[in-house]
Design a protein around this ligand. Structure first.
Ligand code: 5GP
Ligand code: ZN
Length: 114
């Protein structure tokens, strides 16, 4: 199994989960673009958003919202951005579905698209 996120899912690579439900979990990104930069990742190996079955939609939103609440509280942030890269042309480097979550503060000058 070559997929780095599948290795995190099956425990081959250790991770500290921020939140999880049956089909999604969240962790801090290894390369923090802003303090608290997190990833919401599917437990099954889906590649893009288009592969996510409709009946998992509410669990995906649940994982994003709960992670955002935890990170915003933990980092004293005020808001957040979510970014989801789909396909290499759109900047997807890890071909296992994930959503970036960037906690934001006023005037933080974060450059989340670099
Ligand atoms: P993408 O460009 O595919 O949307 O972003 C992949 C993200 O996964 C990058 O922000 C990268 O830093 C992160 N990443 C890659 N490998 C690992 C890892 O082993 N652990 C964690 N926590 N994040 C990773
Ligand atoms: Zn995978």
């Amino acid at each position: 199994m070559e997929c780095i996120f599948c290795k995190i899912v099956n425990g081959e690579i250790h991770s500290n989960k921020i939140y999880e439900n049956d089909n999604f979990f969240s962790i801090l990104d290894i390369n923090q673009k802003v303090d608290g930069h997190s990833l919401v990742i599917s437990k099954q190996h889906f590649v893009t958003l288009l592969d996510i079955p409709e009946d998992l939609s509410s669990e995906l939103i649940d994982c994003i919202k709960k992670t955002a609440e935890i990170i915003i509280r933990g980092k004293n942030a005020e808001g957040f951005n979510i970014v989801n890269n789909n396909s290499e042309s759109a900047g997807q480097l890890v071909n296992h579905f994930h959503v970036h979550l960037f906690p934001r503060k006023k005037n933080d000058n974060a450059n989340i698209f670099s």
